[in-house]
Design a protein around this ligand. Sequence first.
Ligand code: AQP
Length: 336
Amino acid sequence: MDENIIQKKTIFSGIQPSGDLTLGSYLGAIKNWVELSDMYNCYYCIVDMHAITVRQNPTELRRRTIAQLAQYIACGLDPDKNTIFIQSHVSAHAELAWILNCYTMFGELSRMTQFKDKSAKNADNINAGLFTYPALMAADILLYQTDLVPVGEDQKQHVEICRDIAVRFNGVYGDVFKMPEPYIPKVGARIMSLTSPENKMSKSDKDPGGCIYIMQNPDDIMRCFKRAVTDSETFVCYNTSTKPGISNLMQIYSAATGESFEEIEKEFCGKGYGEFKTKVGEAVVEMLRPIREEAERLIADKSYLESVYKKGAEKAALTANKTLRKVYKKVGFVEK
Ligand code: AQP
């Protein structure tokens, strides 16, 4: 085996194919994954098992899963450098999740913000999977003896519960799991909806104007930015409590151009919001254009994508099954 891989620290992260990937998924997750992939041994997953905690249309789920893989690659994730795979293809995730469920407390799951938010949004389907989502996420992370988990601000609580579960398990059986740390990007950690900037931009958002999608056409992107909610003032300045809309647009512009907030404030000093919103829209269109074009090309190449996810699952299973075997032994299961 390659010595570099052994020495590098391990990263695990995933995105649910619960909707088409958004600008939030790109800036809050995938863009950072690409930057990390040279320095770390990276596992990047499409977490389809998490996605079914909310009811999905099966045909759409399959389409989005494959499209998501194409978008990962088009965003710059090299399948030869990273292990890219579909969660349901590595059965160790479901198996370890069951065990970890038995080491996760009802009380701690009840405190999860995502559970509270999603139960409110899906009041007719508050299922056990939605409740125990963090145990599956802990399995995802712990199977690979992960050092770092790149996540947006909103997912930090899930990495914390994963650590609590690992501490509890290790406390009983010795050092089985490595203790993972969350890795929150400085820019793009929380991209908000363009129409309700107090809410996160989410794939499953019902308001199409609030979300920018990676695969969206430039005209629609520009239209969304032109309609983005701002405030009654007239100056571009970063303040998330009094100017959430403008601050969100500044975050996006900063992530797209590399400019600091100070530079942006200077660039748009004395200019109206209309001009600023147009500039942000144009920067996003140009950032996403090559990604969309490459993803479209890849989506048409089904056999290539199939070879990527099959190879990815095989590679992931090697590491995952090693951890799972150790866990089975520790908890007292008879060897097969
Ligand atoms: N708006 C966002 N800003 C910054 N980061 C974001 N992430 C998602 N949206 C934003 C980050 O992307 C990773 C994958 O998230 P996920 O799809 O597994 O779950 P999620 O956070 O629940 O994403 P969505 O888009 O909100 O999905 P739905 O609508 O299905 O719930 C995470 O690291 C997340 O922080």
